[in-house]
Design a protein around this ligand. Structure first.
Ligand SMILES: [Zn+2]
Length: 241
């Protein structure tokens, strides 16, 4: 397996960081996990043409994870993509289709088929990829109920073989079902408390890649402690397992 972190920055844009997106090449399949602003630029930069990505998998709808998706789809149809595209969405698939139409982006006019799926269908199409719900959006519960919104507050982490990507999380505890036997974990190092990040040391993971920014406490800790198997994410370099 090879993966490239296109964007390791937090939700607040930084000059030298991209927004969330990870490209994974595994057993002949090319997957894009999250699609922050600038993802189409990153595909061009890495010579990945319009037909190479098989599926796009969106962990949750915060803009730093999805803001590049419409442009990427626009690039695919303007470049006359011919291969079917599987798009896995965290929730509210019909509403996403309406957003495409709102943007005058009609799949009926494209040279390729777009298949939209709820995340729950991921395992049926890509059995090698497991999706696990996380606690990232639970803090919106009260507001969503108060406003009577249809938001389902779904956010997902993913595992392929001995590799996993947490996307955004409140605690690393919520990842417990996917942490055993991992070689590499790409983890949100911004939101969880320091103690939660350090808890990962107990799982014997060979390499923990600190992604999506660093909390101030973690940044301080890294200055004064042996990082061991914790490394800060580097963008646009291939990692291999
Ligand atoms: Zn985020």
């Amino acid at each position: 397996m090879e993966f490239i972190i296109f964007g390791s920055g937090p939700g607040l844009p930084e000059l030298d960081k991209g927004l969330s997106s990870i490209y994974v090449h595994h057993q002949g399949k090319r997957l894009l996990f999250d699609c922050g602003e600038g993802s189409s630029y990153h595909l061009l930069r890495h010579g990945l043409c319009q037909d190479e990505i098989d599926a796009i998998i969106i962990s949750h709808y915060h803009p730093d994870h999805v803001s590049g998706l419409l442009m990427l789809i626009q690039m695919f149809y303007l470049k006359k993509r011919s291969k079917k595209l599987q798009l896995f969405l965290p929730e509210r698939v019909a509403d996403f289709e309406a957003i495409l139409q709102f943007h005058y982006t009609f799949s009926q006019r494209w040279p390729f088929e777009l298949h939209l799926h709820p995340m729950e269908e991921l395992g049926a199409i890509y059995p090698e990829v497991q999706a696990f719900p996380t606690d990232h959006l639970e803090g919106y519960k009260e507001l969503v109920e108060e406003l009577r919104l249809p938001n389902e507050m779904k956010s997902w982490a993913f595992r392929i073989d001995n590799w996993a990507y947490s996307s955004d999380i409140v605690t690393t505890d919520c990842l417990a079902p996917i942490l055993q036997g991992l070689d590499t974990l790409v983890v949100d190092a911004l939101h969880p408390e320091l103690e939660q990040i350090l808890k990962l040391k107990g799982y014997g993971i060979r390499r923990v890649i600190l992604n999506h920014g660093l909390s101030p406490e973690l940044e301080e800790w890294l200055k004064h402690n042996d990082n061991g198997n914790f490394i800060v994410a580097e963008e646009n370099v291939p990692y291999r397992i």
